[in-house]
Design a protein around this ligand. Structure first.
Ligand SMILES: C[S@@+](CC[C@H](N)C(=O)[O-])C[C@H]1O[C@@H](n2cnc3c(N)ncnc32)[C@H](O)[C@@H]1O
Length: 236
């Protein structure tokens, strides 16, 4: 007799405040037997910390080490993680992969989805993205009427950032970390610095909102972004 395989969930758990989990994410988080989450090689893990209070002791935890390195490919790490998850799924156990923010927006879950969703039933539970949560935390409307919002990673080359930002009505620049100085120079060249807002660890207990002029580039964490809200050019 064959048994049913487990279901894979990409669980959006929001930007940091545990109260920003959806009811659906909470229900699945509490009910699945296996919880998986990315960890940095130094053992640091944000996603688990967000939901730590909701985990049950009997749940199996599967940490998935990822290099988060610009020089090393993370693909072999995803191969290993996918194999580990496939073992649980093949044995009939549902697996929830914790995804900070929204799983399908620059989320590492996408690489597991690409490896596993054709073999196992998969469901993605959307989460509140840090990009949306940051607008709320900063208290700025992001886009009006026909405005176009661009979301871009700070890892892009300066020339590409310049071209994209030059035509953006509103923009969010993520993955800041050590790319902060490059981004600040580009914003300065484009005359956008006065409209740019900086936030780190939005909705977490240690959230910080600081004027860009006061930021020390050496202190900018990975969990930080810059938001350039659109100008309200027409009032109706
Ligand atoms: C790989 S992307 C993942 C985005 C995530 N899927 C989302 O929807 O928010 C990681 C980047 O998102 C931004 N980010 C994520 N959470 C954040 C937070 N709580 N506050 C500020 N920025 C955050 C940072 O720029 C970080 O480098």
């Amino acid at each position: 007799m064959t048994h049913e395989t487990g279901r894979l969930y990409g669980l959006g758990i929001g930007p940091g405040d545990p109260e920003l989990l959806t009811l659906k994410a909470y229900r699945i988080l509490r009910s699945v037997p296996v919880i998986a989450y990315p960890t940095m090689e130094n053992g640091k893990v944000l996603a688990r910390a967000i939901v730590a209070d909701f985990l049950r002791p009997e749940q199996i935890e599967v940490p998935m080490p990822l290099p988060f390195s610009p020089v090393r490919s993370s693909q072999p790490y995803y191969d290993i993680a996918a194999e580990k998850l496939a073992e649980h799924l093949s044995a009939g156990r549902d697996v929830a992969v914790l995804c900070e923010g929204e799983p399908f927006l620059y989320g590492s879950f996408m690489y597991l989805f690409n490896r596993l969703s054709s073999k196992f039933q998969t469901e993605v539970v959307p989460g509140i993205s840090s990009t949306m949560a940051s607008a709320a935390a900063l208290g700025v409307p992001l886009t009006y009427r026909n405005d176009v919002l661009s979301i871009m990673p700070a890892t892009l080359e300066a020339d590409i950032l310049r071209d994209r930002l030059a035509v953006a009505d509103a923009a969010v620049i993520i993955k800041l970390g050590r790319h902060f100085s490059k981004v600040r120079d580009v914003l300065s060249e484009l005359g956008l610095l006065s409209r740019s807002l900086y936030i780190e660890r939005a909705t977490m207990p240690n959230q910080r909102i600081v004027p860009i002029a006061d930021i020390d580039a050496a202190d900018v964490p990975y969990w930080a972004l810059i938001m350039i809200p659109s100008l309200q050019t027409s009032v109706t």
